[in-house]
Design a binder for this molecule. Structure first.
Ligand code: NAD
Ligand code: DAU
Length: 373
């Protein structure tokens, strides 16, 4: 198992994609990707991006449509690019049927699945503190089920992971996370993601699964659930609720636009070195209180119009990504580095999509009240 087993990409494809400057590694041109969790925030953005930029690629989205997934997130993706399957990644029979092509609605027109891009996860730290069990099922067992299927069918596997597997950094140290940082997860969520990363590495080393991993920092953009920091504050203001800041708001996150995350995933899927891990970030470090003040200003609110609420138990202080490896090896660079502009566009998206977020708002806030958040 090595890179040379992968098929070549046609020259014109990478030339039209600004994210894919020529890379040193042999390339892979997926024809049909199984996108797990494709109805969630990042997965849906990825499906839209691939359909726009690589329309020759078919995608089968496998999504359980948990509270975090919506089928309508994929509205607008051309039918020719998409097969949607409502199902669970822990369902080994279903996964096997998809990889065997048995479940394909138009088998004649669609090539067999040749890659898995694995976004599906329970993704929210606060939920994992209330109840870790769905995190262990989906993030650990689900990843195991997919790896076994990828192993049987000898197909390419890209695993979407998080910088949180490395724990946190002190606020005042110059150090950032690199691919060599030790694993030190803090929450049940990040521990379950760390476990899934270890499974990927073991299945690559032991069975030769053609896997890569990306560990990305905090994403922002359209389709993000209202439980997450930025959408929660925006929709609070729109709903007449005061924004809620955990603790003093001194914790730092390294923000990246979701579209930049998507182009990084594509660069790794198509040019990444098999068996390798790539950190993805856009030098977007900012404290929570500064982000909240930007939202307040952008939405015409006084700078003190928010409440301090309980901090997250065990909450991580700071994340910061050193993205040198993906930049040097794959030529990937973030394009959307003006955070103020990106935040403005995100606020505009939530203003224009109240129908999308409103149904989730009350239940989300009720859950937060129980946690003192
Ligand atoms: P999300 O919670 O918005 O979406 C998760 C999706 O997975 C949903 O559509 C949900 O229905 C689906 N899903 C959950 N359990 C499933 C199961 N058992 N079977 C099939 N589908 C299931 O999450 P997100 O923020 O889009 O994150 C996607 C991935 O990216 C996750 O693996 C997460 O760990 C990782 N990640 C997220 C961020 C971020 O800032 N949001 C940053 C780095 C990495
Ligand atoms: O770093 C990548 C990770 O980023 C991903 O792996 C996770 O899936 C994703 O949810 C995100 O995790 P965080 O815990 O960093 O994101 P969250 O939006 O939950 O919180 C960001 C920061 O804001 C954190 O310090 C807690 C704080 N916070 C959060 C909420 C919901 C608040 O101050 N107020 C809030 O209302």
């Amino acid at each position: 198992m090595n890179n040379s087993e992968q098929v070549s990409e046609s020259a014109d494809e990478s030339a039209t994609d600004p994210a894919n400057v020529p890379a040193p590694n042999p390339s892979f041109a997926p024809q049909h990707i199984l996108v797990t969790g494709g109805a969630g925030f990042i997965g849906a953005n990825f499906v839209h991006w691939v359909a726009r930029n690589h329309p020759q690629v078919h995608m089968t989205v496998l999504d359980a449509l948990t509270y975090a997934g919506k089928r309508e997130n994929l509205d607008g993706v051309p039918a020719a690019n998409l097969t949607f399957v409502h199902g669970n990644i822990c369902d080994a029979e279903l996964v096997e049927s998809l990889l065997s092509g048995l479940n394909q609605r138009s088998a004649a027109a669609v090539p067999p699945i040749d890659a898995i891009v694995h976004f599906a996860a329970e993704s929210h730290n606060d939920n994992s503190i209330l109840d870790a069990s769905p995190f262990l099922n989906t993030n650990v067992t689900g990843t195991y089920v997919l790896l076994e299927a990828a192993r049987r069918h000898d197909i390419r596997f890209h695993h979407i992971s998080t910088d949180e597997v490395y724990g946190d950094l002190a606020l005042d140290e110059p150090r950032k996370f690199t691919e060599d940082s030790p694993y030190k997860p803090s929450s049940p969520y990040s521990a379950s993601k760390a476990a899934s990363d270890h499974l990927i590495r073991a299945w690559h080393r032991t069975y030769g699964v053609k896997a890569t991993i990306s560990n990305c920092s905090n994403n922002y953009g359209p389709y993000q659930h209202v439980e997450k920091f930025i959408p929660r504050q925006i929709t609070n203001i729109l709903a007449g609720i005061r924004p809620k800041l955990y603790g003093t708001g001194s914790a730092v996150r390294d923000w990246i636009s979701v579209e930049d995350h998507c182009t990084a995933v594509w660069a790794i899927l198509t040019h990444g070195r098999i068996g390798d891990t790539y950190l993805v970030g856009a030098n977007g470090e900012m404290s929570n209180i500064d982000v909240l003040r930007m939202i307040l200003e952008c939405m015409g609110q006084p700078s003190d119009a928010f409440d301090h609420v309980n901090d997250r138990p065990g909450g991580d202080k700071r994340y910061a990504i050193d993205a040198t490896k993906i930049t040097r090896e794959l030529g990937w660079r973030p394009r959307f580095t003006d955070f103020a502009e990106g935040l403005d566009e995100t606020i505009q998206w939530y203003r224009e999509h109240e129908d999308w977020w409103r149904p989730d708002k009350d239940a989300t806030e009720a859950k937060y009240r129980l946690q003192g958040h």
